[in-house]
Write a protein that binds this ligand. Structure first.
Ligand code: FMN
Length: 337
């Protein structure tokens, strides 16, 4: 339960098993969410959408769907596969998802959501949780939100993550729906006061530990999405900052070194470098030479025959730049003194 104190948000195309493997190297404590996987993909898809690495635990599978029987069947399969938690997506506003009558539009149907989570909970022992918004379209009153949460909590859901902005179901792209509607954190704090027994995590726009600590004065957990992806190295601080872990924080180079055996395995099994390297592009964000790292990976990691050498070259380019920068700084300070 305590893992909810910090989680990495479910992000389609971003939080795949390779990203999560890297995230787990940096934080042993954070709860990691998968990308959303629809019940249709699990039950009728050709591929295996439930693969994950044993190292990823604790990992929560986010499901997209609104048919209680299909969700229950997926829940059963997911528990068998070893997931630690199941999460129902009640926050995604994309058109595709609305056509399937799931995602954020389900906020208007709390009884159906309750039926879904109940059906899942009936067949598994692992927690069934919900991720939602604070409202949709014109239905954005506090009463609307408490009716939704109240119904879902009555059905036995004990953990909810709330993205602290509403979604417009028409007219905005999913990306705009993560930027344009205003963030309303106090509304989520109020929710915790009104549902004190609920384990409540807040999500949306959190980019620093300072902000995370401030939120944790009011709620039980913070969920971070975009920042944990574009600046993944932030995860290396999570255990010390939020879980009281006293182990030394690893360096960025340590992260790359620990990724190498995993990448070698992936390549040996016929995988492409870029499947993994694309998630590592932001690793040196804000560092001297970080741009060289980013550029070298972006330009080379996708090539068909790209191997580990792309990473070692990128490291070398970055370190050369960093050295050059520090020499210049030294000269400057000598001149200045
Ligand atoms: C590329 C991308 C994909 C996303 N995919 C999902 C998803 O599959 N399921 C979901 O519930 N939210 C999804 N989200 C929303 C995030 O989980 C999160 O709620 C949102 O980005 C706000 O948090 P942040 O400001 O920390 O990024 C996605 C966001 C991004 C940027």
């Amino acid at each position: 339960m305590h893992h909810h104190r910090f989680s990495v948000a479910p992000m389609l195309d971003w939080t795949d098993r390779h990203y999560r493997y890297m995230a787990r190297i940096m934080s042993k404590q954070a709860l990691l969410y998968t990308e959303m996987v629809t019940t249709g993909a699990i039950l009728f898809g050709k591929g295996d959408y439930l693969q994950f690495n044993e190292q990823e635990h604790p990992v929560s599978l986010q499901l997209g769907g609104s048919d209680p029987q299909a969700l229950a069947e997926c829940a059963r399969i997911a528990q068998q596969r070893g997931y630690d938690e199941l999460n129902l997506n009640v926050g995604c506003p994309s058109d595709r998802v609305q056509n399937g009558r799931f995602g954020a539009c389900l906020m208007a149907e709390p009884a159906l959501v309750a039926e879904c989570t109940q059906a899942m909970q009936d067949v598994v022992d692992i927690p069934v949780t919900v991720k939602c918004r604070i409202g949709i379209d014109e239905q954005d009153s506090y009463q609307f939100l408490t009716d939704f949460i109240g119904t879902v909590a009555d059905a036995g859901v004990e953990q909810v993550t709330v993205h602290a902005r509403k979604a417009w179901l028409q007219g905005l792209s999913p990306k705009q729906n993560r930027e344009i509607p205003r963030l309303d954190y106090p509304r989520v704090y109020q929710l915790k006061r009104d549902f004190p027994h609920l384990t409540l995590a807040i999500n949306g726009g959190i980019t620093s530990f300072e902000a995370a600590h401030a939120h944790l004065e009011h709620v039980d957990g913070v969920m971070v999405g975009r920042e944990a992806y574009s600046n993944p190295y932030m995860l290396a601080q999570v255990d010390a900052q939020l879980f009281g872990d006293s182990e030394a924080v690893m360096s960025r180079i340590d992260v790359v070194e620990q990724m190498i055996p995993y990448i070698e395995q992936h390549l040996a099994a016929g995988g492409r470098l870029n499947h993994i390297a694309r998630h590592m592009i932001g690793l040196f964000q804000g560092q001297a030479g970080g741009r060289q790292w980013r550029r070298h990976l972006s330009e080379n990691a996708h090539k068909a025959d790209a191997g580990i050498e792309v990473l070692t070259q990128a490291l070398k380019l970055m370190q050369d730049t960093a050295q050059h920068v520090s020499k210049l700084q030294q000269q400057n300070s000598e001149q200045g003194s």
